[in-house]
Design a protein around this ligand. Structure first.
Ligand code: NAD
Length: 485
């Protein structure tokens, strides 16, 4: 197979030679073969990217000063170019991080263009400026202006979808962006750069700098940055929050989760297994909002454990490029070892493993791991408290609704969650009492129109919806001249 090799970086609206010679090598999660490489951005490259984004933003006739409609025209071309590369984007993401292709086609090929259009529409349909009659005799002009140069730092698990949660609103609002993809998923980011170049995004409006944590830290603290938008682990988020606190730099943090699926005693779980799978094990368990703590009523506990065990046991494990595959490999050897460590911990703490726990037979290459279910454990078990980021569920018993809500809320995190019931009103009542940024009833799906984000250690701020646009805007007040006389 020919590998995908990029000799240059996308900085300042063009392909430019990197200043260093280091490269980021990418391996296929399903067979460990080398599939391509890109230049690793150095600090000098970051300086160039931030400098270019800064000049583009500060240009008195540039992107930030255009009418929303003018930006929307360019973003429409960007959306079209992304769609033209959608199949290849999905394929690259699947190969890099193991995401089943049907999911990559939806989240990675389709979502970016949808988000660009959604935020362009929002910007063109809502006034960014209003005149307010004052209380003290004068008139005031209140406007929303773009916040400035944005550092967008994203993880590998849903690399395109998550990038556009930031790029959609930031670009539509008139910001310029330096995007740092994760090292594991740089090949799809460079396809995005190809789309941006083909769409004719003005110089410096989008810059892509691949690298690891050191480059991420350098970018966060760079003096040319006005706003940081980060998605990733809570541990990295804490460091970034501290740095931004010191710099008084606005920051949005989308971090980890350990969400709960509350199965009420009237739920027909067997009747909604597809939705339950999507809410608990999507992307091989590598999604931040998944409901990985399953809370089951004691009077139906054994039956629910059996239903979930049967579901998980029959999930087709395989090549993520095969449309039939439900569970692909994990992103890396390191990630698989981390998840295996949690499985060992679950067993050593006395939980009963009802299925999974091993590397599947017949997969000698690739970072495959069987989806795993733990029963007969409580909410204090390590596997019930810590984010595993792999296909591992804990099924925890509860006595009544009150206790279920209390267990759901007994977590350091508060990002997602689900409630399962035959009675939608009852489920919504329970959903209201779950301390979390988002909760789904009998399914879980992030709709672009509604804010998504977490509380507690799951983060600060919101993405999606009009609420996801506001962090990229600042209010500006102009007190108009007083009436004559
Ligand atoms: P990670 O925090 O290790 O890395 C995420 C990104 O941040 C990468 O680009 C990485 O290079 C960079 N980075 C790491 N440390 C940094 C630092 N100190 N300063 C600046 N940049 C830094 O996370 P990961 O392992 O790639 O992703 C998995 C984590 O992301 C999980 O905890 C998951 O829950 C979380 N996540 C959250 C959401 C959400 O919306 N809340 C979505 C997806 C993933």
């Amino acid at each position: 197979m020919t590998t995908i090799e990029y000799p240059q970086l996308y900085i300042g609206g063009d392909w430019t030679a990197p200043t260093g010679s280091d490269r980021i090598e990418v391996r296929c999660a399903a067979n460990e073969d080398r599939i391509g490489s890109v230049p690793r951005a150095s600090r000098v490259d970051i300086d160039a990217a931030v400098g270019s984004a800064r000049s583009a933003f500060d240009d008195p006739d540039g992107w930030s000063t255009w009418e929303p409609k003018e930006r929307a025209e360019v973003l429409e071309r960007f959306a079209t170019e992304l769609e033209a590369r959608g199949e290849e984007t999905a394929r690259r993401v699947s190969m890099q991080n193991g995401m089943p292709i049907w999911m990559a086609q939806q989240f990675e090929a389709g979502f970016p263009a949808l988000l660009l259009r959604y935020y362009s529409d929002l910007m063109t349909s809502a006034a960014v400026e209003e005149t307010r009659p004052g209380m003290l005799g004068g008139t005031t002009l209140v406007s929303r202006q773009p916040v400035g140069v944005v550092a967008a730092i994203v993880p590998w698990n849903v690399p395109q979808g998550i990038s556009f949660l930031k790029l959609g609103p930031a670009l539509a609002a008139g910001c310029t962006v330096v995007l740092k993809p994760a090292e594991e998923t740089v090949l799809d980011a460079f396809l995005m750069a190809e789309a941006a170049a083909a769409a004719g995004l003005p110089e410096g409006v989008l810059n892509i700098v691949p690298g690891g944590r050191d480059i991420g830290e350098y970018l966060v603290e760079h003096p040319g940055i006005d706003k940081v938008s980060f998605t990733g682990s809570t541990i990295a988020g804490r460091w970034i929050a501290e740095a931004c606190g010191r710099l008084l730099r606005p920051v949005t943090l989308e971090l980890g989760g350990k969400s709960a699926a509350i199965i009420l005693d009237d739920a027909d779980l067997a009747g909604c297994l597809e939705q339950f799978f999507a809410a608990t094990m999507l992307n091989n368990g590598q999604v931040c909002y998944l409901s990985t703590r399953v809370l089951a009523p004691r009077n139906r506990y054994n039956e629910i454990v059996d239903t979930i065990t049967d579901l998980v046991r029959t999930l087709k494990i395989g090549d993520p490029l095969d449309p039939e595959t439900k569970i692909g490999p994990l992103v890396s050897a390191r990630q698989r070892e981390r998840v295996e460590g949690y499985i060992a911990k679950g067993q050593s703490e006395g939980a009963r493993m009802t299925t999974g726990g091993s590397r599947p037979k017949g997969f000698d290459r690739g970072w495959f791991l069987e989806p795993t279910v733990f029963a007969d454990l409580d909410n204090n078990a390590t596997v019930s408290r810590e984010e595993i980021f792999g296909p591992v569920l804990s099924v925890i018993p509860y006595t009544d609704e009150r206790e279920a809500i209390s267990i759901a809320n007994d977590s350091d995190y508060g990002l997602g969650g689900t409630v399962w019931s035959a009675d939608a009103d009852r489920a919504v009542k329970v959903a209201r009492r779950v301390r979390s940024g988002t909760v789904g009833v009998n399914h879980y799906l992030n709709d672009p129109v509604a804010p998504f984000g977490g509380i507690k250690q799951s983060g600060i701020g919101r993405e999606l919806g009009p609420e996801g646009l506001h962090p990229f805007q600042v209010f500006k007040t102009v007190y108009l001249p007083p009436p004559a006389g």
